[in-house]
Design a protein around this ligand. Structure first.
Ligand code: HSE
Length: 435
């Protein structure tokens, strides 16, 4: 078998981890690939003190790797979407296969990159772009290939999960925990990507593409982060038997597909409700297999390197096989599925948690209940506490049955307009995640 020659672009956290894992486990990795895997060149603006690169040539110009005639696979680990896109397209034009951990790049420019790769007959592998070391892309694309995927729901941003976990377990404030997540290296360079749900939306776009065989549609994802979540709501949810998790949800809704990222109440007994700290997990429901759960570290040098190296092994294997046997990077379905519309959030059906600040006086509860009954929304649970000393408003916590988003939005607008309520109504979606 011919050796496969790899060029690594970027020697930061993930690049360094990839170099170290490939070097440390080289023998086993090559045995699994069925051929020798050689690090031919590294392109990095600076060295990484945790990597002993030894004799491997290091170029300060990453494009030298894309142009190196001896490199078969370019491993893009520089991040970002501008230089990274240029690098990947240049490498593809030069006939190189691509392995990348770059979720933003794939979510935003994947359609263009895949088209270029298809044209040139090369592979693009991106397991590390979603849920770090958890091999969920391979699992959906290959392990669950027999299934029609009905829905998936994932905790796919470790920073948000870490913050929500600390708020629930220790009653800590949002800002304080975010600072710690940054110090621990979970957060993106721009942490608004984490807490505003953008990072999770990048990953959901990729998962939905693989699960449903649809083009990448990042811009159509309804995206909400965790910045509006208060410790108060975390505690009320707990009292009602729920946990608030930041989920990416993709569902085949028959005539269209739901793609949404938002904080969600889920029953505390669900496995997903018990995925804590910075861990990631993706629950996938296939029509044949039923629910399957994929859990593990969603970030970090070596967990992410684990997925990067697995992709290198996959590509290396296919390079020594008949080209028609190469695993496709996306399996667009030839049927109508790939043209299905993405449902706007107003059409999505869900249950809701609502927290209303209401005046503590006779008749207010009945006004609130009338709004719900007129809208045809059933109240499933209700908590009202006594007012705190000196307070004339009380929190009313309600769980509703499943209803259309547009109906709840109209009811909330009516509630907020009442003289007897104060401020914005807190509204969070709930999912049972059963069947
Ligand atoms: N910032 C990301 C997270 C890192 O918190 O999950 C891995 O993509």
């Amino acid at each position: 078998m011919n050796p496969v020659r790899v060029g690594i672009c970027g020697l930061g956290t993930v690049g360094g981890g990839t170099f170290n894992v490939l070097t440390r486990n080289r023998q086993a990795i090559c045995a699994r690939a069925g051929c020798d895997i050689v690090i031919e060149q590294i392109g990095a603006r600076r060295d990484n003190p945790s990597c002993a690169t030894g004799d491997v040539p290091v170029s300060r110009d990453i494009f030298a790797v894309a142009d190196n005639p001896n490199v078969d696979i370019v491993v893009e680990l520089i991040g970002g979407t501008t230089v990274a896109k240029e690098l990947v397209l240049r490498a593809i034009a030069n006939g190189k296969h691509i392995v990348t951990a770059n979720k933003a790049l794939i979510a935003m420019h994947g359609n263009e990159i895949f088209a270029a790769a298809r044209e040139r007959g090369v592979s693009v592998a991106f397991e590390a772009a979603v849920a770090g070391g958890v091999p969920v892309i391979k699992a959906i694309r290959e392990g669950l290939a027999a299934n029609r995927i009905e829905w998936l729901a994932g905790i796919i941003n470790g920073t948000s999960n870490f913050i929500l976990t600390e708020m629930r377990e220790k009653g800590r404030a949002f800002d304080d925990v975010l600072k710690e997540a940054q110090a621990l290296g979970y957060a993106e360079a721009d942490p608004t990507f984490d807490v505003e749900g953008i990072d999770a939306a990048h990953k959901l776009a990729i998962l939905a593409s693989i699960a449903f065989g649809i083009p990448l549609q990042f811009s159509k994802i309804y995206t909400e982060g965790i910045t509006q979540i208060s410790t108060t709501d975390v505690q009320y949810a707990e009292e009602l038997g729920y946990r608030i998790k930041h989920l990416g949800i993709a569902r085949d809704a028959g005539e269209g597909i739901e793609l949404r990222v938002h904080p969600t109440l889920i029953p505390e007994k669900r496995l997903l409700a018990n995925v804590n700290g910075a861990m990631n997990a993706v629950l996938v429901k296939g029509d044949a297999v039923g629910p399957t759960l994929f859990y593990g570290a969603g970030a970090g040098a070596e967990p992410t390197a684990s997925a990067v190296v697995a992709d290198i092994v996959d590509v290396a294997r296919t390079l020594n096989a008949d080209p028609s046997h190469r695993v496709p990077y996306l399996a667009f379905q030839p049927d109508a599925m790939s043209d299905l519309p993405i449902h706007p959030i107003e059409e999505v059906v869900s249950s809701y948690y609502l927290r209303i600040s209401a005046l503590d006086r006779p008749g207010v509860l009945s006004q609130v209940a009338t709004i719900f009954s007129d809208a045809g929304i059933s109240i499933e649970a209700l908590i009202q506490k006594e007012p705190a000393p000196g307070e004339d408003h009380v929190p009313l916590i309600m769980l509703t049955n499943r209803t259309e988003e547009r109906k709840i939005a109209a009811a909330v607008a009516q509630l907020e307009a009442l003289d007897s309520t104060d401020g914005k109504v807190v509204r969070l979606r709930m999912e049972s995640l059963s069947g």
